[in-house]
Design a protein around this ligand. Structure first.
Ligand code: GAL
Length: 685
């Protein structure tokens, strides 16, 4: 379906953009002057609008009303505020749904949903494609040459509302066409999906139905292909708009706001079509810093480490969270710098002025219902705006010089979620995070990559729970290991091929040779139950849980053995020297401290460690990240996520903090929520 991507338009910030969603169409014109006056006060340098303006811009078919937006843009322009212009296609107006019912989405029971909410368009609807294209063409024609236009923002958070996908007859038919292309013939589809199981073989593509909630639930290949199809169908909607923008404004970069580790869409397939990656960061208040850093790294990895845009975050409440907890004083600043430490070149929010009614009226905003700039949130945002402005271009464009990577694979995520077994509480993302966290907490600079990444850039590649591996992917891993890299695979890696069909000869399928092991059987431990492992080298013991596999070794050496149950004494962690490199297999889930120690050892063999003094891990709760722009000195970010002061031992050499201009040599003290952006001091003299 998706066309090949055109070459990307370069996007470079000329300052740390500070601003966010502005919805003037939801407010009377009387407040617009005040909006812009206060935006200046808050240091807003970019506004994203009008994300939900379809109805206001296009109140009837063929009728466009731009005058109000002209007046908003005039005001922003006069205030020196740049534009991230939205195509406004995420929530179609009532007239569209009334006139063209094919636009309405059908839920997972096939029921057509009545008009309302957002993201409720059917991606296969010709009328949605046509009417959204009309709107995009009109917006691009009107504003495409505006000197303040820096970025196009297509739609909004594709797939972001239930039911995520559309189960209407038109999508079902498009899916059948997609299957025909992917599998070639119904015979091949039957083979790939193993439909002989329960006698489910199809005679014809016409017999294939979407995996309705009340329908076919036993064919995993069907469920995974449905996700692939829909990820592409929504990407086609994006491309339908992008094509018009590229025709009319070939030099203006394009983005759409992604959502981090978002299950329904394979963002790695989307990324080549975005000029710049942008995403919306809404962590839960108790999410560990490593979890948020992981999501930033995942987004950064979509464009091989290029800077991304933080397009939305809440200045305070998230009204959809279990409780509308306030961000504590300094917390917004801390999380904004965390985004920058991990690759962001902007700090943006949802939204400027708090909604007066409807579902988001209790969501945080820069300007709250009372409209007062002397409010804490407004003051914190303004202070941050001033601080970011003072940084000028110093932090922009840097890449994280990571030589370690965690592989994250949407298709393995889909495969594991579709799978019955090995345990009901299995969640791929939850299982991947501890591996990233172990590296993050060790201060080791780590990218999150996909199968399409350039493996040559990494000396350590950790692939947790990558259950779906093809022969070609395994061959690339093998080549990288033979060339000297370390590869760490875990239990349940490489069980199935791209159709969720079990590899012949047992797991880890085409990686058996590289890893030097074959899995004989797995034991999923009841929740709360543990086993243990003892390391051969030093006798150290660690607790393990969740899943224990029993292995046959053919080349690999045991590094640790189980300590309990009928498989006590059998290998639990192995290393296989393969060519110039090593392939490790973790047959079980190590407790966090032991996992971190293990991964640090693997990294140390390549000279990879934290950038702090002696390569030591940072103190508990301190995030350490490095960004380096071409031709510039590396910046060392230190962020204290702990509730207490932390002392950090710095690498040799004097360093100056870009925020306070204080100079540090030897060590630095970080207050709770404290941030330092350290630049080698000598480079300034
Ligand atoms: C985002 C969305 C915004 C707003 C915000 C509230 O997911 O893009 O439009 O709804 O959530 O948290």
């Amino acid at each position: 379906m998706s066309e090949s991507s055109p070459s990307r338009v370069r996007f470079r910030c000329d300052r740390v953009y500070h601003g966010g969603d502005y919805n003037p169409d939801q407010w009377p014109e009387a407040v617009w002057d005040e909006d812009v006056r206060l935006m200046r006060q808050a240091g807003v340098s970019i506004a994203t609008l009008p994300v939900f303006g379809w109805q206001a811009l296009n109140p009837a078919e063929g009728v466009f009303a731009f005058e109000w937006l002209d007046r908003v843009i005039e005001r922003l322009d006069a205030a020196g505020i740049d534009l991230c212009l939205a195509t406004a296609t995420a929530a179609q107006p009532a007239w569209v749904d009334q006139k063209y019912p094919d636009v309405l989405v059908a839920d997972e029971h096939g029921r057509v949903r009545p008009h309302g909410n957002r993201h409720t368009f059917c991606p296969s609807s010709p009328n949605y494609r046509r009417l959204s294209a009309d709107l995009v063409r009109a917006i691009a024609t009107r504003y495409g040459r505006h000197p303040r236009l820096k970025l196009w923002h297509i739609n909004n958070e594709y797939g972001g509302s239930w039911p995520n996908y559309c189960y209407c007859p038109r999508c079902a038919e498009a899916f059948r066409g997609w299957l025909r292309e992917r599998h070639g013939s119904i015979g091949e589809l039957n083979r790939h999906w193993n439909t002989a199981f329960w006698g489910h073989a199809y005679d014809d593509f016409a017999q294939v139905e979407p995996p309705y909630a009340h329908g076919e639930g036993s064919i995993m290949g069907l469920r995974i292909d449905w996700r692939r199809f829909h990820s592409e169908a929504l990407l086609d909607c994006y491309l339908n708009e992008a094509k018009i923008l590229r025709e009319i404004t070939p030099k203006v970069p394009i983005t759409t706001n992604l959502m981090g580790a978002f299950f329904p869409l394979d963002y790695r397939r989307w990324a080549p079509h975005l000029d710049v990656v942008s995403w919306d960061n809404y962590p839960m208040w108790d999410d560990p810093a490593a979890t948020t850093a992981f999501k930033h790294a995942l987004m950064r990895g979509l464009h091989d480490g290029e800077p991304f845009l933080l397009l939305e975050q809440s200045p305070s409440h998230q009204n959809w969270a279990p409780s509308c907890r306030l961000k504590r004083p300094g917390e917004l600043r801390q999380m904004s710098y965390q985004a920058m430490a991990q690759g962001a070149d902007s700090v943006m929010y949802f939204q400027w002025r708090q909604s007066r009614g409807c579902i988001e009226k209790y969501h945080g905003s820069i300007l709250e219902h009372h409209g007062r700039p002397d409010a804490r949130v407004f003051r914190e945002v303004s202070a941050l705006g001033a601080e970011l402005a003072s940084l000028g271009t110093a932090t922009l464009g840097g890449r994280v010089p990571a030589r370690a990577a965690v592989l994250f694979d949407w298709e393995s995520w889909w495969a594991l979620s579709a799978s019955s077994g090995p345990r009901r509480d299995l969640d791929y993302l939850t299982e991947v995070l501890p591996y990233y966290a172990a590296l993050f907490e060790s201060g080791i600079q780590t990218d999150v990559i996909g199968w399409d990444a350039d493996f040559d850039r990494y000396d350590v590649i950790v692939a947790p729970w990558t259950t779906m591996v093809t022969a070609a992917q395994a061959a690339r891993i093998g080549a990288r290991v033979r060339a000297g890299a370390s590869f760490v695979a875990t239990h349940f890696t490489s069980r199935v091929d791209e159709n969720d069909y079990m590899h012949e000869g047992g797991a880890p399928g085409p990686l058996r040779e590289v890893l030097g092991v074959t899995v004989e059987e797995y034991d999923a431990l009841p929740t709360g139950a543990t086993n243990g492992v003892r390391f051969e080298a030093d006798g150290a013991e660690a607790s393990v849980s969740f899943l224990c596999e029993r292995l046959w070794l053919h080349g690999a050496n045991p590094l640790a053995r189980y300590t309990a149950d009928f498989y006590a004494g059998e290998p639990a962690i192995t290393a296989n020297h393969h060519g110039l490199g090593d392939a490790y297999y973790l047959a079980t889930k190590l407790e966090p401290a032991a996992l971190a120690a293990f991964l640090r050892r693997v990294c140390a063999a390549h000279g990879i460690a934290s950038p702090l003094a002696d390569g030591a891990p940072p103190p508990e709760g301190v995030e350490v990240s490095v960004r380096r722009a071409d031709g510039a000195a590396p910046l060392l970010y230190l962020i204290n996520h702990a509730a207490a002061e932390r002392q950090v031992a710095l690498p040799a050499g004097a360093r100056r903090d870009l925020l306070t201009h204080s100079v540090f040599d030897g060590s630095a003290t970080l207050a709770p929520r404290g941030v330092l952006i350290l630049q080698p001091f000598a480079s300034q003299s």
